[in-house]
Design a protein around this ligand. Structure first.
Ligand SMILES: *[C@@H]1O[C@H](CO)[C@@H](O)[C@H](O)[C@H]1NC(C)=O
Ligand SMILES: *[C@@H]1O[C@H](CO)[C@@H](O)[C@H](O)[C@H]1NC(C)=O
Ligand SMILES: *[C@@H]1O[C@H](CO)[C@@H](O)[C@H](O)[C@H]1NC(C)=O
Ligand SMILES: *[C@@H]1O[C@H](CO)[C@@H](O)[C@H](O)[C@H]1NC(C)=O
Ligand SMILES: *[C@@H]1O[C@H](CO)[C@@H](O)[C@H](O)[C@H]1NC(C)=O
Ligand SMILES: *[C@@H]1O[C@H](CO)[C@@H](O)[C@H](O)[C@H]1NC(C)=O
Ligand SMILES: *[C@@H]1O[C@H](CO)[C@@H](O)[C@H](O)[C@H]1NC(C)=O
Length: 654
């Protein structure tokens, strides 16, 4: 510190011109005009250093001082940790100002965060801000002071884009005469979007993406983007953002000269050089883009977001037909009960039959009660009983087969004839009927319910689409090609392997196609098309009938569903003004109106009864059961014949 003071004294002694600033001009600026609380001083004289610092401190300012002769770094002086209301006071007559201005412009520091003040007595504005200083835009907060006949004048300086050769716009803020400040216009009004929102037909550099050959001129691009209908190679969100751009154009009165690129993102080889639209914006070759971009974590550092409203949603669309039933649920006869219930029921019935047989044996062997209790009944019954009693042992075999058959019959809701005579057996049989009634009710209601609720039918994930017999095609647009080339995801590589690698015959749709060409295939079924859903809905609503609309299924998941960002170059001079205007448009409902027109809803299913035929796979278990029953009965017949033939009855009787 002491050394530098010595240097000043030496300098003054050398008799250089007086470069001091008038203290009251600065204090009025800081206290009465911009009302900041942190002042950064760029000076080159001892008097400034001594008196100005004190004067500012007395007015409650946090002061930091930089002498032009010392080496300083702007990025460490003006950081994001700065007080939100910082004024930077520069004595523009010092040598080194040009370098400072240039550095501030390159680092994009003339923005809403800082209030710049230039002491420009005896310096022309145009020499202070040459065209070389590209970053003096509509968001600049720059005040320039020069001397008038009887005092000083504060001027507000901005432009609509020096890189577009737009002139400096200079407006009087206030004058200072005899230490009294006469405010001509409120400085915050002069710096506001209201005041700076007239671009006077300046031509901004625009960028857009149309995936088509030979799109060069601005007229071509504008005519394609302004068409309300779908164009090949133009994503729905491009046209949407073009329309939003129209809002900004109307608001600020500028025109745009578009330049086209074929894709959005990509990198040159393995370098960090960005290609496509993102590359153009990142290198600041465009001021505004008629397109959105996806959210990616590495993009936040390189782009400013001015608006988010478009929900990007792509999906496989296909018509559900009965052969696509992947879950095999509807109509499968075994599905109402789980396998465990089936096997448990079978076990229960087997146990039941055994118990029944045991009861009968006990009855006939030890109690012999059956005959007495049945005495009063019909004579035929009596004869039968007597016959049974006479036979004794040999009827055990018939009893076994008989009881198993009767149990089976009871399960199938058949009656039971003849009625068992014993009370315990009767009770057992009643329980069996109750059991079969309850189970039967469960079963039928489950089948009916399953057939009626036809909600989740057909493949529902990308993997199920891959496994299904559906043929698939994609909209002919750049992002799919990038996805297929770059994705390492297992389900995508599997999809490419299974569905896209084989050759297609001439009567099939190629892999990349357009929705209009795909609709007949969609209508026929067995075909899925992947595209932005809002593009497909109007065409589908036009060509599908009510039942077909109910069959329409949608499977997303190949690309994320996300809200797109409308991006500008990082720290662009238009970021703040455009972002504010878009907020305003959203509040007033303009964005909502455009969205409603552009994001067309899915056509609603209006057909009340859609009956999907049960597929063969669904009814197969019933046929299998039938065939098994026939085979089993044949087997029994064979065994019986063999039994009779070999005369084994004698063996049985010992
Ligand atoms: C500025 O620094 C240079 C060397 O860096 C020195 O020669 C010159 O005298 C200094 N001037 C002032 C005013 O301190
Ligand atoms: C102003 O610029 C600085 C440096 O580029 C940046 O950190 C800051 O966020 C900008 N302020 C606004 C309001 O964009
Ligand atoms: C002060 O600056 C303004 C704006 O550039 C200019 O019109 C005016 O002539 C200048 N005054 C003097 C005395 O140079
Ligand atoms: C400025 O003040 C002086 C005396 O302090 C006075 O003579 C002069 O008339 C004043 N000028 C104006 C423009 O008020
Ligand atoms: C837009 O700017 C042009 C060129 O300065 C001007 O003629 C026109 O009147 C402006 N339009 C509006 C609506 O302000
Ligand atoms: C880029 O890839 C080439 C080979 O393809 C390799 O030789 C080179 O080192 C890579 N560069 C970087 C920066 O990874
Ligand atoms: C792969 O893609 C599928 C669907 O596109 C998604 O569900 C899954 O999470 C992805 N897996 C990885 C590891 O990214």
């Amino acid at each position: 510190m002491k050394l530098s003071i010595c240097l000043f004294i030496l300098l003054l002694a050398a008799g250089e011109v007086i470069l001091d600033m008038e203290i009251s001009v600065l204090t009025h600026f800081v206290v009465n005009l911009v009302k900041t609380t942190h002042a950064v001083l760029f000076i080159c004289s001892l008097k400034d250093f001594d008196e100005l610092t004190l004067a500012l401190m007395e007015r409650n300012q946090f002061v930091s001082v930089v002498h032009f002769n010392q080496s300083y770094s702007l990025s460490s002086l003006l950081t994001r940790e700065n007080h939100a209301r910082t004024s930077i006071l520069v004595n523009a007559r010092c040598s080194g100002t040009t370098e400072l201005l240039f550095e501030a412009s390159e680092n994009r520091l003339f923005n809403k965060t800082y209030q710049w003040f230039f002491w420009g007595v005896d310096i022309e504005v145009e020499t202070l801000f040459p065209y070389k200083l590209k970053y003096v835009g509509p968001n600049a907060q720059i005040t320039y002071v020069n001397k008038t006949d009887n005092g000083y004048a504060y001027w507000d300086i901005h432009s609509k884009g020096r890189h577009l050769k737009s002139r400096l716009e200079i407006n009087l803020i206030a004058t200072l005469t005899n230490d009294t400040l006469n405010i001509a216009c409120d400085i915050f009004h002069l710096q506001s979007i209201d005041f700076r929102g007239q671009f006077n037909g300046i031509t901004l550099r625009g960028a857009s993406v149309i995936d088509k050959e030979d799109i060069i001129s601005n007229e071509q691009i504008e005519s394609i983007l302004s068409r309300p209908t779908k164009d090949a190679g133009v994503a729905a969100f491009i046209k949407y953002h073009y329309e939003l751009l129209g809002l900004l154009r109307d608001r600020f009165n500028f025109t745009v000269n578009f330049r086209n690129s074929r894709g959005w993102a990509g990198r040159l080889g393995n370098s960090t050089f960005r290609l496509g639209l993102l590359g153009i914006i990142m290198r600041n070759e465009a001021d505004i883009a008629a397109s959105g971009a996806f959210n990616r974590i590495n993009r936040f550092a390189e782009f400013d977001i001015i608006h988010q409203s478009w929900k990007f949603e792509t999906a496989f669309l296909y018509r559900y037909t009965a052969d696509l039933d992947t879950h095999g649920k509807s109509g499968n006869f075994l599905s109402p009960f789980s396998d465990r219930v089936w096997s448990f029921s079978l076990l229960t019935l087997a146990a039941f039959s055994i118990i029944w047989i045991l009861f009968e044996i006990i009855d006939s062997k030890f109690l012999h009660r059956g005959n007495n209790s049945q005495k009063q009944e019909g004579s035929s019954q009596k004869i039968e009983d007597e016959l049974n009693a006479k036979k004794g042992k040999p009827c055990i075999k018939t009893t076994c087969i008989e009881r198993i058959l009767q149990t089976f019959g009871a399960c199938c809701q058949q009656g039971l004839d003849p009625n068992p005579q014993d009370r315990s057996v009767r009770f057992l049989v009643m329980t069996l009927f109750l059991f079969s009634l309850v189970m039967y009710n469960y079963y039928t209601s489950s089948v009916v319910g399953g057939l009626l609720s036809s909600s989740d039918q057909g493949p529902a994930t990308v993997d199920e689409i891959t496994d299904s017999p559906l043929k698939i095609s994609f909209e002919d647009i750049g992002y799919y090609k990038v996805l297929f080339r770059e994705s390492q995801n297992r389900s995508i590589t599997r999809l490419i392997e299974k569905k896209l690698s084989s050759l297609r015959s001439t009567n099939e749709l190629p892999i990349f196609s357009h929705i209009e060409e795909a609709v007949p295939y969609l209508k026929n079924g067995g075909f899925a098309f992947h595209c932005e859903v809002v593009d497909a809905y109007p065409v589908i609503a036009e060509y599908f009938d009510a039942n077909e609309i109910c069959d329409l299924r949608e499977v997303s998941g190949l690309m994320e569903v996300e809200i797109m960002n409308w991006i500008l170059h990082k720290n662009s001079q238009y970021t703040e003004i455009f972002r504010t205007a878009m907020c305003n448009a959203q509040e007033k409902g303009f964005v909502e109106r455009i969205l409603r027109r552009r994001q067309i809803k899915k056509p609603a299913c209006q057909s009340l009864y859609t009956v999907y035929p049960v597929s063969l796979a669904g009814v197969l278990p019933a046929f299998v059961t039938l065939i098994c029953g026939i085979l089993f009965s044949l087997l029994l017949l064979g065994m019986e014949k063999l039994y009779a033939y070999l005369g084994l009855e004698k063996l049985w009787r010992f």
